[in-house]
Design a binder for this molecule. Structure first.
Ligand SMILES: Nc1nc2c(c(=O)[nH]1)N[C@H]1C(S)=C(S)[C@@H](COP(=O)(O)O)O[C@H]1N2
Ligand SMILES: [Mo]
Length: 255
């Protein structure tokens, strides 16, 4: 005995309603077309600014930048590891600005204000509290390694040397003593508590090829930003010169 199956209820839409829906759909289509056309015309007619980007597009880029810096606020922290996780054979990469060897004649020059440069020795820095960080060091070339560093937390250094007003500026620039390698880092990343002026690796003074006597460790950034062998440090609102950004790499180089 065949079972009686009720027919699925047909939804009968009256002709008038179909026409109305078609008109609405078509109107939306036309409206979008007009908006697109207007935007194109606006972009097409806009004078380009100095950096070859139309102001409307620039606004979009600026909004992206703001969104980005929200995610990468100074509260973010890189994942940390234990000393047992740290590599004993630490990879050496990049030797720009690393010619020859440095000795105790080295000084850290900090351009505090125009005409006011601090000149510091390694002993000055070692008097400040020591902070250690063990994190996964990542290079843009595609390798990473858990490594252990010790030194002065950058924010502690600023407090100790009356450099807190300089945190009102947007960037910190660093240069090797021979000026061959240079980086710029944004202030929020510099103030992140894991950022160090490092003078130790695996509990020992830095090897020459890894930045003796002082290097930057900034765990929220890719390796390119961890300048080895700091000679000069300065503060500015303009983006400091950056070696790899000049080669086309992302200036921010955040993880
Ligand atoms: N002075 C200087 N610092 C530098 C570089 C360089 O070529 N010169 N290379 C950078 C890059 S690309 C990386 S990945 C790290 C590598 O640090 P490491 O040699 O201690 O592993 O240093 C960074 N700091
Ligand atoms: Mo790198």
């Amino acid at each position: 005995m065949s079972r009686y199956l009720p027919k699925p209820e047909e939804s009968v839409v009256p002709d008038g309603a179909v026409r109305k829906r078609s008109i609405i759909a078509f109107s939306i289509f036309i409206a979008l077309l007009v908006c697109g056309g207007l935007l194109f015309a606006k972009l097409y007619n806009e004078p380009q600014s100095a950096d070859n980007v139309q102001p409307t597009l620039r606004q979009g880029l600026k909004a992206n930048e703001r969104l980005f810096s929200l995610f990468y606020s100074k509260h973010r922290e890189a994942k940390t590891f234990t000393k047992q996780d740290a590599a004993t054979k630490v990879r050496v990469n990049g030797d720009v600005g690393m010619d020859g060897t440095l000795d105790t004649a080295w000084r850290l020059k900090v351009a505090r204000n125009p005409g006011d440069t601090l000149v510091l020795t390694m002993d000055d820095l070692k008097k400040l509290p020591k902070t250690e960080v063990i994190f996964d060091f990542k290079c843009v070339e595609g390798w990473s390694q858990v490594t252990w560093w010790g030194g002065v937390r950058f924010s502690d250094f600023l407090k100790a040397y009356n450099l807190v007003p300089q945190t009102g500026l947007k960037y910190v620039g660093m240069i090797t003593p021979d000026k061959a390698y240079y980086v710029g880092n944004d202030m929020p990343s510099m103030l992140q508590p894991q950022t160090l002026l490092a003078y130790e690796m695996n509990g020992q003074p830095l090897p020459q090829n890894q930045g003796y006597p002082l290097r930057l460790i900034i765990p929220v950034k890719y390796g390119i930003k961890h300048l080895k062998r700091i000679g000069v440090m300065y503060f500015s609102n303009d983006k400091p010169k950056d070696y790899w950004a000049e080669q086309g790499y992302d200036y921010y180089a955040g993880l």
